[in-house]
Design a binder for this molecule. Structure first.
Ligand SMILES: Cc1cc2nc3c(=O)[nH]c(=O)nc-3n(C[C@H](O)[C@H](O)[C@H](O)COP(=O)(O)OP(=O)(O)OC[C@H]3O[C@@H](n4cnc5c(N)ncnc54)[C@H](O)[C@@H]3O)c2cc1C
Length: 393
């Protein structure tokens, strides 16, 4: 996106890309369908350790309606809304169309691609910047770093760009995996594969982060959008030297409030398992009863008060045991990164090095599941590209 907009200026634009084809995260995004944008931006759901107003300004610099029009008209990819999730996908449901469409548009604008070329270092040269690559040195009057974070390294992002930016004196906030599955040493194998919509509350350092949506039991622990959206809280609580204890995660398995469960479990006589299984998968009902110490064949009429209270707590605020997370190997994004006040929020130009622009996931911001992270990458990439084009001297 940065190259497409940089090409609006008079200077020739070259993309240096270490993989053989680029855009590999686009290819694997949204389960191969590419959730290209959300239907509404939610700046308040983004996470950053930088000033929030900077994040909001950068995100809103390219309004969603205009982003959508760009993809439909300029790239030529009609989008479709998935009403139940509010996510936008290409109508074709093929992520490849998005990646190929962007590369094709860049080529139409005379951007030159050098694939299989790794950038190793960046320094001031005689004519602006000297870019040291695996294919030799290149000189450029402007450089846009858009090397991503540390997530899913086989897609090409291994943190080299972050190291280059730090080496040039930029302030980096600690990085951590975000939108990554959680692990649990005691994950109940018989629940693996089960999924259901839930509400989650992660608590750490006195702050509560909430999410809702799909929850999936995996063979290693838990995944699904609701889990991914709070996973950064767990990841951060495990970071070295933090000393603030581990985050707690509580699950409310249904929309049924505690008072309603109370009346259901005290109402007409019947099996407790039956009462739970009308709302929850039976396997999970059995599991929660066992966790609450309620025998499988218990009837509501013989449920003791402590049993009922223990069960209602497991149903509405289950203390989810977790031990870790699946790390950058599975993380959809990287939390932390280059502090947002290291760049001019309108141009994304480095405040330390004129002629250097920083955009995308390498910046200290990420959003929830739902197309928000591409919205961030598109908006900041466009701003950096446009500024690099117009500030060409
Ligand atoms: C499995 C998965 C699914 C996802 N699904 C979605 C989704 O559906 N919707 C959504 O909004 N977001 C999704 N995301 C997040 C989204 O992909 C990222 O937020 C986005 O790709 C970040 O864009 P970026 O250009 O900043 O970085 P990247 O996409 O990581 O691109 C960085 C590029 O720089 C190249 N590079 C890195 N270092 C060098 C170097 N030293 N030399 C040369 N080239 C280099 C890399 O090869 C790569 O091509 C998903 C992520 C993953 C991992």
């Amino acid at each position: 996106m940065a190259a497409i907009f940089a090409a609006e200026g008079p200077a020739p634009v070259v993309v240096l890309e270490r993989t053989a084809d680029g855009g590999r995260k686009i290819l694997i995004s949204g389960g191969g369908r590419c959730n290209i944008l959300p239907s509404a931006v939610a700046p308040e759901r983004f996470v950053t350790d930088s000033p929030a107003h900077l994040l909001r300004g950068m995100l809103r610099s390219w309004p969603l309606a205009e982003q959508r029009r760009f993809f439909e008209d300029a790239v030529g990819i009609p989008l479709a809304l998935e009403p139940e999730t509010g996510k936008l996908f290409p109508q074709s449901n093929r992520a490849r169309d998005v990646r190929d469409g962007l590369v094709a548009l860049a080529r139409r604008r005379n951007v030159r691609f050098q694939f299989g070329v790794t950038v190793a270092a960046l320094g001031h040269g005689t004519r602006g910047w000297r870019v040291d690559t695996s294919a030799g040195a290149i000189h450029a009057s402007r450089v846009i770093l858009a090397t991503g974070g540390l997530s899913v390294p086989p897609t090409g992002s291994d943190g080299t760009g972050l190291r280059i930016a730090a080496g040039l004196g930029h302030d980096l906030h600690d990085t951590y995996p975000a939108l990554t599955p959680l692990t649990a040493s005691s994950a109940p194998a018989f629940l693996s594969g089960l999924s259901l919509p839930v509400r989650l509350r992660a608590k750490w350092k006195g702050r509560t982060t909430e999410s809702h949506g799909g929850f999936l039991f995996t063979h290693l622990g838990y995944s699904g959008p609701a889990v991914l959206d709070i996973s950064h809280v767990c990841a951060r609580s495990l970071m070295d030297g933090c000393g603030q204890g581990r985050a707690s995660v509580r699950v409310c398995w249904t929309d049924t409030p505690a008072a309603e469960w109370e009346s259901r479990l005290r109402g007409r006589d019947g099996s407790v398992l039956g009462a739970l299984s009308r709302t929850l998968p039976e396997r999970l009902s059995e599991f929660l009863m066992a966790q609450a110490g309620v025998p499988r064949d218990r009837r509501t009429s013989s449920l003791t008060r402590p049993e009922r209270l223990a069960l209602i707590e497991r149903l509405t605020a289950y203390d989810l045991p977790w031990t870790g997370h699946e790390g950058y190997k599975k993380a959809e994004v990287t939390g932390g990164g280059i502090a947002l006040d290291e760049v001019d929020p309108r141009t994304l130009q480095s405040r330390r090095h004129p002629g250097l622009y920083l955009c995308g996931e390498m910046l200290d911001a990420f959003g929830p599941i739902g197309g928000h992270n591409f919205a961030w990458a598109w908006a900041t990439g466009r701003a950096a590209g446009r500024a690099a084009a117009t500030q060409f001297g």
